[in-house]
Design a protein around this ligand. Structure first.
Ligand SMILES: *[C@@H]1O[C@H](CO)[C@@H](O)[C@H](O)[C@H]1NC(C)=O
Ligand SMILES: *[C@@H]1O[C@H](CO)[C@@H](O)[C@H](O)[C@H]1NC(C)=O
Ligand SMILES: *[C@@H]1O[C@H](CO)[C@@H](O)[C@H](O)[C@H]1NC(C)=O
Ligand SMILES: *[C@@H]1O[C@H](CO)[C@@H](O)[C@H](O)[C@H]1NC(C)=O
Ligand SMILES: *[C@@H]1O[C@H](CO)[C@@H](O)[C@H](O)[C@H]1NC(C)=O
Length: 497
């Protein structure tokens, strides 16, 4: 057939058109497929349909160079360096039949960061642009094809598998899993960027990405919010470390309000949250001086309360490219908050304060705000969020504060009790006072605040600046400065983290 000769000629040239005429290529493939009517079969039919585009130039409009299993001349022509790192990028399901914009960003970030690496795009677009269940069905065959290429590179060119890093987005993460499972030996690393959930959630580990598929499997989960019983990104942990930025569900900057510019399109929200995993990874490549840290925690609620900010015993890790393998610790769920845009990293603080209620203000339901004054910068006033619960009286409250900018060492903290400070409210207080006497004005007491910085792991105790002013009522505030006696001051007992 004519198509075949076209394909063969292309193979010999180690070159296809890439970004420009994917549709033309697909038309050829589709023509062939509909003739043979074998769209859903696996390995045999995928041969040659999966293309390995090695990028040679930062100019992504430039045609790359194509690797072919068994073709040494292609390797040579592409300048494949078997002793350098080899990074495969595997896209996911597609409706458009084209590479999405993130692909350019990821390729260029990788090439800038690892200038000697072989950066290869696994192009399985024609198999991915189908009904979702059919695309899922092809992940296995595509994985096998990658494994076959890697086996050949091992045999012919002594490619060390530990230098191989597969980065798979969405369905591509499970493709990477199949490749890792079927290759001879163990791949160095697989990064799953919001691995696809539908048809993978809850299935046995041989049928999805799992920690067995590489020496180190790190996973970012960014869109695990369930709608109609399914979640686009897989919810369960499936790697050695599983990082859930912002709880893994609602990503800042992706709300309907934020992307409303595009006509309130729900698809845009979905895409924004699902794709956020890729952008966080790109960010980790580009902003290497300011890496985001994630902290191990049993669940998002405990994290949001600020309970988990420990780095002891490998409980924290860098996210993205610089994530490091830890002693085999599987399915370890880690959390962090991020900013809405790049650079995504911010600063986490755990704060603790004991709220005394000595004046029978049992009905007080205080709304506290906290503001940190740093060496370089101050934060805005931030709502003290004890995560859905009211501030507990006569007990220690723990909460998380996230600063979007580096403020440097914390020098001062202001705790304020929101409300009733404007004139209308103070008038109301006066009226209440006249009716009820002094008891209407709730009075609570906070003597010190304890702060632990997640990024530096430093701990501080803050005491009331004026030791006679530790009481607080609505509309008032207390200033805290570092206690003269340091962290080990009062409670001798170590606070368990
Ligand atoms: C996957 O393909 C096989 C044949 O190769 C077929 O029997 C099976 O039904 C397909 N599954 C789906 C979900 O399409
Ligand atoms: C191949 O990669 C290795 C390791 O990065 C490097 O030392 C070597 O110079 C590279 N060779 C060529 C020809 O670029
Ligand atoms: C990030 O990882 C690279 C190796 O992949 C290493 O050379 C670099 O020092 C790391 N950077 C940080 C800040 O840990
Ligand atoms: C807190 O303790 C004080 C005594 O120190 C007591 O009068 C008050 O009722 C307690 N309040 C609550 C809410 O437990
Ligand atoms: C109200 O409190 C003030 C000072 O705190 C005190 O001087 C005054 O006697 C109190 N009044 C009543 C009715 O308790």
């Amino acid at each position: 057939m004519n198509h075949k000769s076209v394909l063969i000629r292309i193979f010999l040239l180690c070159a296809y058109p890439l970004f420009s005429s994917a549709t033309e290529e697909n038309a050829v493939l589709k023509g062939e497929d509909s003739g043979q009517n074998d769209f859903s079969t696996d390995s045999p039919s995928v041969a040659g349909i999966i293309k390995y585009n090695m990028r040679k130039s930062l100019d992504l409009e430039q045609e790359g160079c194509y690797l072919k299993t068994g073709k040494n001349d292609c390797l040579e022509k592409c300048g494949f360096n078997a002793t350098a790192k080899t990074i495969f990028i595997i896209h996911g399901w597609t409706m458009s039949g084209m590479f999405e914009h993130w692909m350019h960003k990821l390729v260029s970030a990788l090439m800038q960061r690892e200038s000697e690496a072989n950066v290869v795009i696994v192009d399985w677009i024609s198999r991915a642009q189908q009904l979702y269940p059919d695309a899922v069905n092809h992940t296995y065959g595509v994985g096998l094809d990658i494994a076959a290429l890697l086996n050949w590179l091992q045999d012919e060119h002594q490619l060390p598998l530990e230098n191989v890093h597969l980065i798979g987005y969405s369905l591509g993460a499970h493709v990477a899993g199949y490749a890792g499972m079927h290759v001879r030996g163990t791949i160095g690393r697989i990064t799953g960027l919001d691995p696809a959930g539908p048809m993978f959630e809850g299935v046995e580990k041989e049928k999805r990405l799992s920690p067995d598929d590489a020496d180190f499997v790190d996973v970012l989960h960014t869109y695990t919010r369930e709608a109609l019983g399914v979640s686009i990104g897989i919810q369960q942990p499936i790697g050695d470390i599983d990082i859930y930025p912002n709880g893994g569900d609602v990503q800042p900057g992706c709300g309907l309000g934020d992307v409303l510019a595009v006509a309130g399109n729900f698809m845009e929200v979905m895409k924004c949250e699902h794709e956020r995993a890729v952008h966080l990874f790109v960010d980790s490549l580009m902003n290497k001086e300011h890496l985001s840290y994630a902290f191990q925690c049993t669940g998002p609620d405990r994290f949001k309360k600020g309970i988990c900010l420990s780095c002891r015993k490998n409980r924290c890790n860098k996210i993205g490219y610089n994530a490091t393998k830890m002693r085999k610790r599987r399915n370890s769920k880690m959390y962090l908050k991020t900013r809405a845009d790049t650079p995504f990293a911010g600063y986490h603080y755990q704060m603790k304060m004991h709220v005394f209620n000595k004046k029978q203000s049992d009905d007080a339901d205080p709304i506290f705000n906290v503001k940190l004054y740093g060496e370089h910068k101050d934060t805005a006033d931030m709502f003290v969020d004890v995560h859905g619960n009211s501030i507990g009286l006569n007990m220690t409250n723990t909460f998380l504060v996230f600063a979007e900018e580096e403020i440097g060492e914390v020098l001062r903290i202001r705790l304020s009790w929101e409300g009733e400070s404007d004139s209308w409210s103070s008038m109301w207080i006066n009226i209440k006072k006249k009716f009820w006497g002094n008891h209407s004005k709730p009075v609570l007491e906070v003597r010190r605040m304890r702060v632990k910085a997640g990024e530096s792991q430093k701990k501080y105790a803050f005491c009331a600046e004026d030791s006679s002013k530790t009481e607080i009522s609505p509309g008032e505030y207390i200033n805290f400065v570092k206690c003269p006696d340091g962290w080990d001051a009062k409670p001798k007992k170590r606070v368990p983290m």
